[in-house]
Design a binder for this molecule. Structure first.
Ligand SMILES: *Cc1c(COP(=O)(O)O)cnc(C)c1O
Length: 270
């Protein structure tokens, strides 16, 4: 489709988003991101309501999260189980606030996630599925999950290789506390928009193919892909969830390599 294939990444803005320090700042940033979502949807003939914005609050202090909540955010994404659990405990008074854990999980942290999270987006091993299932059963809870796929081929990235996903999905119905919603990926962190786009195309194509063979009752409706620097491209390629941190909360003080261990080269690529 002509007209959108040259949408650039915005990785150059990383580290430049001003800190959101008031409810009004958050309202303005959320409106700006929603406008960008709507514009991207418009370019490919999608309805903006088909894209869920997940604000990502990792590294930000409780006070910022409370401002985001006051501005209307009802689900927040965090990439570390321990940090998320601590924030949940500190903000239990906000009874309508839900939590999505979007980062790699070690089995020994599964019990934390099982206690409070509504959603887990980085499922990539049966060991983690088992650990979550056991803890969720103990808590009498269930969890929406996304299977994380490595679409960039980078060894540093978490997620299953695309070829391993079909067999992985076949094993998941055994875990009755996990509700599989779809797939999640992190694209190549690069200013080369075409290579970023290919990651998103890979996830969508995989999902479309898996829909034929997925276990009964597994809908695979969701594609979680795109962040502050590339969510417009992700939407053009079918994202139903975009995970946006810095464009809403403001820049993080340290480069992404600090938060995503093993991605020390990511900055150079942009
Ligand atoms: C931090 C993070 C994001 C959001 O990145 P921003 O650049 O802050 O928009 C998205 N997905 C995952 C898995 C993350 O850890």
């Amino acid at each position: 489709m002509p007209g959108f294939s040259d949408t650039p990444t915005r990785h150059a803005q990383h580290g430049r988003y001003p800190e959101a320090a008031s409810v009004e700042d958050f309202q303005r940033n959320l409106a700006a991101v929603q406008a960008r979502i709507a514009a991207a949807c418009h370019r490919v003939g999608r309805a903006p309501q088909t894209v869920r914005l997940l604000p990502v609050s990792k590294t930000k202090p409780e006070a910022s999260l409370r401002l985001a909540h006051a501005a209307g955010c009802r689900m927040l994404g965090e990439n570390k189980a321990q940090e998320a659990h601590g924030k949940w405990q500190a903000m239990e008074d906000l009874t309508d606030l839900q939590w999505s854990v979007i980062g790699h999980l070690q089995t020994n942290k599964a019990k934390l996630v099982a206690r409070f999270a509504a959603e887990f987006q980085a499922l990539d091993s049966l060991r983690v599925a088992e650990a979550l299932e056991r803890r969720l059963q103990a808590e009498g809870r269930s969890l929406d999950v996304f299977v994380q796929v490595n679409t960039s081929g980078e060894v540093s990235k978490y997620g299953l290789p695309p070829g391993d996903v079909p067999a992985f999905l076949q094993a998941l119905p055994a875990f009755t506390a996990l509700r599989v919603r779809g797939l999640m990926t992190l694209a190549l962190f690069s200013s080369e928009a075409e290579r970023v786009r290919q990651c998103f195309v890979r996830l969508r194509t995989l999902r479309d193919r898996l829909r034929q063979s997925a276990p009964a009752g597994m809908a695979l409706d969701e594609l979680s892909m795109g962040m502050s620097g590339d969510f417009e491209i992700a939407i053009e390629e079918g994202a139903t969830v975009v995970r946006v941190g810095q464009a809403i909360f403001g820049a993080r003080p340290l480069p992404d390599s600090h938060y995503w261990p093993g991605e020390a080269d990511a900055g150079e690529a942009s």
